[in-house]
Design a protein around this ligand. Structure first.
Ligand SMILES: Nc1nc2c(ncn2[C@@H]2O[C@H](COP(=O)(O)OP(=O)(O)OP(=O)(O)O)[C@@H](O)[C@H]2O)c(=O)[nH]1
Ligand SMILES: [Mg+2]
Length: 550
């Protein structure tokens, strides 16, 4: 059932806006119950208490927040194989019975709804899964290493920076060895030396083996390096994950390494008591860059001190900090507006793109933008990426702080410059991923024969085209303007000018403030509000719902 609007939106666009606000205050009970994601719902007062909207400078709640971090994840190494022999009554020198080492633990990643920040991961830096336990006598295999799950907020982008895959290097070495062997080179070498070499990094020998004995021992050919079957489930390298949905089950990013082989594997008809076992493999190590882009439905964009945080407080139960100075807000705040009739029944039958019934929407309040924010002035650039992901944008302009139209144009200039910059970054990133990156192991390997001769490095494009990095251009998102501080005197002419400007933009007689051709300008609304008194803000939820359906 569509929501009966408390006041039609066209009502807010009449020339008598300011009287309309005070009428709304007396007669209208907004049907939206508001509560934030972090605090308990307040008593169901239709209008928030004014003191909540004009709090003391120290009346706020601040949670630790980080939206970027670099992390190294390491899958568990394998346990070593065991060198042991059967020893029983009357069997003094029994055959080999050393068990294999356990495989290492896996590293998983999971995006969950409750998380809001990456600060905990930023502090950890290195996340390791458990190492497999060593094998034991009586053919007992070692225990598996424990798995690790990294939980991140929904909206996190994971990029691979570097990877160290010891098994891939071993595979490469093994293939080269095989190739040499086929050509008889190794046999000649071995014949000359009389034995296969002992490699400390690959073999374990019976404790107490003295060096002279070690020199006499003949080591078998090194077994082919193995990978866990789970490795097939790892994402294609170089990893680039966009975790924009809540995940019910974790996703594997690094499978644990295999354990070493016990000495039973090296028994031959001529040698039932081999004195060697292999060491467990080293776990896969990947350096990742995590970046959180808040996935809010509505993003607030405004100059410092425009009243964004007050607006967020008036719409939700957020306790964002408010102060009469620039840069009060230093980190993004997210509030949730719940749309129901106080009994849990939805008043708006709006659906999310995935078909879920929408009973709330989220608002992200980010630090204010200043002129040249796209050149990293102020705090703007770091936080512009949060609004990049919002479905709808609300440009918050202060009617009491000079010409509202110029303020709006300045904001759009910054947003548009950021959009251009992002477009260039995406192109460069795509190019880099298409051509140069070839991590060891996961991409098709060159033939060992060609590797031996000095061949130029392989920079040919990878055979499977990598998915393009996409992001909806900011200028094509639906937007509207919230004109705040409408309670202050002499702000009405400023609002009239803003409304006339937006009407011209919608009609096409004036260009879109971003200067872009295909920018969204279907029906740009301007909503006058006095957030500090909670007046006029009840128009916003309905407008947002309409725009979310665009
Ligand atoms: N009169 C009046 N004052 C308001 C209104 N909205 C906000 N203010 C005041 O404007 C000042 C700035 O408000 P904030 O909500 O902190 O502004 P902001 O845009 O979040 O500022 P930054 O976080 O610094 O970017 C505060 O002193 C508020 O009390 C309003 O509707 N009317
Ligand atoms: Mg603020």
């Amino acid at each position: 059932m569509p929501l009966a609007r408390p006041h039609s939106l066209s009502g807010t666009l009449t020339p008598f806006l300011y009287p309309a606000i005070s009428v709304a205050r007396r007669t209208c009970r907004p049907p939206f119950r508001c509560h934030s994601t972090t605090t308990a719902p307040e008593a169901h007062s239709p209008q928030p208490h004014p003191s909540r909207l004009d709090p003391a400078a120290d009346d706020y709640s601040l949670t630790p927040f980080a939206d970027r971090c670099i992390l190294t994840v390491e899958a568990g190494g394998g346990g070593h194989g065991c060198v042991s022999f059967l020893r029983e009554k009357y069997i003094e020198e029994g055959p080999a019975n050393g068990g294999d080492g356990g495989s290492g633990g896996n590293v998983y990643i999971q995006a969950v709804r409750g998380e809001t920040s990456l600060h905990k991961l930023a502090r950890r830096r290195l996340i390791k899964a458990g190492r497999g336990r060593n094998g034991q006598g009586k053919v007992k295999g070692g225990e598996r290493g424990s798995d690790t799950v990294i939980t991140v907020p929904v909206g996190t982008i994971v990029r691979e920076i570097q990877r160290h895959d010891a098994v891939a290097l071993m595979e490469q070495e093994y293939e080269q060895e095989q190739w040499k062997r086929e050509r008889g080179a190794v046999e000649e070498e071995e014949a000359a030396e009389g034995k296969a070499s002992f490699r400390k990094d690959r073999w374990l020998v019976y404790p107490g083996t003295i060096p002279s004995e070690l020199n006499r021992m003949k080591f078998p050919e090194l077994p082919r390096p193995r990978r866990s079957h789970l490795a097939a489930l790892e994402p294609e390298a170089p990893m680039w994950l966009d975790l924009d949905k809540h995940m019910e089950t974790p996703m594997l990013i690094a499978a644990g390494a295999m354990g070493g082989l016990g000495n039973t594997h090296f028994m031959t008809p001529f040698n039932a008591r081999p004195k060697m076992a292999t060491r467990g493999d080293e776990g896969l190590k990947i350096s990742l860059q995590l970046e959180l882009k808040i996935l809010a439905d509505l993003g607030l964009v405004g100059l410092p001190n425009a009243g964004k945080s007050t607006l967020l407080r008036s719409l939700s139960n957020s306790r964002a900090r408010i102060g009469n100075w620039a840069f009060t807000t230093l980190q993004p705040n997210v509030g949730t507006v719940v749309l129901d009739n106080h009994k849990g029944r939805p008043l708006v039958t709006s659906r999310r793109p995935n078909g879920e019934l929408r009973d709330n929407f989220t608002i992200a309040d980010v630090p204010g933008l200043i002129e040249d924010a796209h050149l990293d002035k102020g705090l703007g650039l770091g936080f512009l990426r949060h609004i990049e992901r919002a479905a709808v944008l609300a440009f918050v302009v202060d009617l009491a702080a000079g010409d509202a139209v110029s303020a709006l144009q300045l904001l759009w200039r910054e947003v548009s410059a950021y959009e251009t910059q992002r477009g260039q970054e995406l192109n460069a990133e795509t190019e880099r991923r298409m051509v140069t990156y070839r991590p060891a192991g996961r991409s098709p390997r060159p033939h060992p024969a060609t590797d031996l001769v000095d061949s130029p490095p392989h920079l040919d494009p990878s055979p499977d085209p990598l998915p393009f990095l996409t992001s909806t251009p900011i200028s094509s998102k639906p937007w509207f303007v919230v004109a705040t501080k409408a309670d202050l005197p002499l702000t009405q002419p400023n609002f009239e000018a803003l409304r006339a400007y937006l009407a011209d933009v919608t009609a096409g007689s004036l260009p879109h403030p971003s200067g872009r051709k295909h920018a969204w300008k279907r029906n740009v609304h301007a909503v006058p509000v006095s957030a500090i008194q909670g007046e006029g803000v009840h128009m916003i939820p309905q407008l947002v719902m309409d725009l979310l359906e665009e």
